[in-house]
Design a protein around this ligand. Structure first.
Ligand code: SF4
Length: 467
């Protein structure tokens, strides 16, 4: 019996056949939800009162002149780590340290090739430059994906130097529309064998796709390095999750309830997210910086903390180890539960870390790590048995400006292990008597939170003229 319960406890709710599903955006709902978020941001209420963004001043090197070309280069290079896999604030802090100690590696002119521009002719020099920067990155604990980022660093620096006066601001000083900006920044840069290609074309930077195009525009506009213009927000898991949770994304012919199990992570929903965020900003003269902050920080600070969104992630080797151990004790499954509950070595992910990378809260012991698999939402009927989880709910959803519009539980586990964005059930809420918000005095007082003075708040409303 115990064994059955343990096995049944975790399963992924997923519709394998999604053929013919058509996604669309509910514009009225978009307006309603975005208005609520922007209003909360205007009030500097939770979670915005204490949330930091990676381009904020405290993450900038002390020896960097604000507003300079070097400032723009620093943010441009930071984008390489905004693709996931490392917390954005951590990446910014590490890159800051690297700049403070080695500012020269941030100068595009230092990556010039000699005797012609092609890396074919200069393959040895190219390899040497990549090896050198990779070593430096590793030295400053930026070794995550270093084989990619080392190449990206050299390729992008060189292209900036050759075609854009060594200055990323040149890419958008003329306030291009997003299609034009994407044309300049996105492009093929590597062959199948991983060799540099497209080097003689000014357009195309390595590891920049639409999300990073919007990200560098967001960074540079926010830092007042380029004039403000309308762009979509950088669309990542957090943004897509929020648009799904709040019923902005819908599936044609399906009610909210019927869409449980649909994978909302598609090229189409990403495009819809770009279109709808730019539409809202243009139509209501809202700064894309403010909209980006309001979406991204809410999911990062609050949704991740909702215990209903916690997922269970396991890896192959761990599974085998557990199975082997279980087999040692015939008929027993307690090791499974024991490992799941062990606070020092939790097998279960909380949700994800602050900018979307899985946070296991631990580094798996060597003997039970391996390829990760998502196993489903962490708690089912037993979710509100723990006062701690109720508290977490009250601290997150309980203070959320769109609490009344949020429909699902979505874990980041499915996304970070298999690229799926799955509403696996309707959002679970504690019994009414356990909730200490909805008009309760403690919720009202949470609106008067102390604002962290080091938080930077973006300007929200833009003047229509001139944009
Ligand atoms: S109600 Fe909770 S899960 Fe829903 S958007 Fe707000 S914080 Fe996220």
């Amino acid at each position: 019996m115990q064994s059955e319960r343990s096995v049944q406890k975790f399963h992924v709710v997923f519709r394998p056949n999604q053929k013919g599903l058509k996604f669309y955006v509910d514009r009225n709902q978009t307006k309603h939800v975005f208005d609520l978020l922007i209003r909360r941001l205007t009030e500097k209420g939770p979670p915005y009162h204490s949330a930091h963004v990676p381009q904020a001043n405290q993450f900038l090197p002390k020896n960097l002149e604000k507003g300079s070309r070097e400032h723009a280069i620093f943010l441009f290079m930071l984008c390489l780590w905004m693709r996931g896999g490392v917390e954005s604030d951590t990446a910014a802090s590490l890159l800051k340290e690297m700049y403070e100690k080695k500012p020269k590696v941030f100068l595009p002119e230092n990556y010039r090739l000699i005797e012609g521009e092609s890396t074919v002719k200069n393959s040895e020099l190219n390899k040497k430059q990549i090896r050198k920067i990779s070593k430096t990155l590793t030295e400053f604990n930026l070794g995550q994906r270093v084989e990619e980022n080392g190449s990206g660093w050299v390729y992008n620096m060189r292209k900036l130097d050759r075609f854009w006066q060594g200055d990323p601001r040149e890419l958008m000083n003329d306030r291009p529309d997003f299609d034009m900006l994407t044309k300049r920044i996105k492009g093929k840069t590597r062959s199948k064998e991983g060799l540099f290609i497209n080097e003689d074309n000014p357009n195309g930077f390595m590891y920049f796709r639409e999300k990073m195009v919007a990200m560098i525009a967001y960074f540079l506009m926010d830092s007042k390095l380029v004039p403000m213009f309308y762009t979509p927000v950088p669309v990542d898991f957090h943004v897509l999750r929020l648009l799904t949770l709040t019923g902005i994304f819908r599936v044609e012919g399906m009610s909210i309830e019927e869409a449980v199990g649909v994978d909302f992570y598609t090229a189409h929903t990403q495009r819809l997210a770009r279109e709808i965020t730019e539409w809202y900003c243009r139509k209501f003269h809202i700064s894309p910086i403010a909209l980006c902050d309001s979406l991204w920080l809410l999911s990062r600070e609050f949704c991740r903390d909702n215990p209903g969104n916690s997922g269970y992630v396991m890896d192959d080797l761990r599974k085998k180890t557990i199975r082997d151990k279980r087999n040692d004790i015939p008929g027993s499954s307690f090791l499974f539960d024991e490992l799941s509950k062990d606070k020092k070595n939790p097998v279960i992910s909380k949700d994800e870390s602050s900018d979307g990378y899985l946070n296991f809260g631990f580094y798996p012991p060597d003997d039970i790590s391996g390829r990760k698999r998502y196993r489903g939402l962490r708690w089912n009927g037993d979710i509100w048995d723990s006062p701690g989880r109720v508290k977490r709910f009250n601290r997150s959803c309980g203070q959320c400006p769109v609490n009344d519009h949020c429909h699902y539980n979505i874990s980041s586990g499915a996304y970070y292990t298999s690229g799926k964005l799955l509403p696996e059930r309707l959002r679970q809420k504690p019994p009414a008597h356990q909730m200490d918000f909805f008009g309760h005095i403690s919720f009202a007082s949470s609106q008067k939170v102390k604002v962290d003075q080091t938080v930077r708040f973006a300007e929200i409303h833009l003047k229509p003229e001139g944009l």
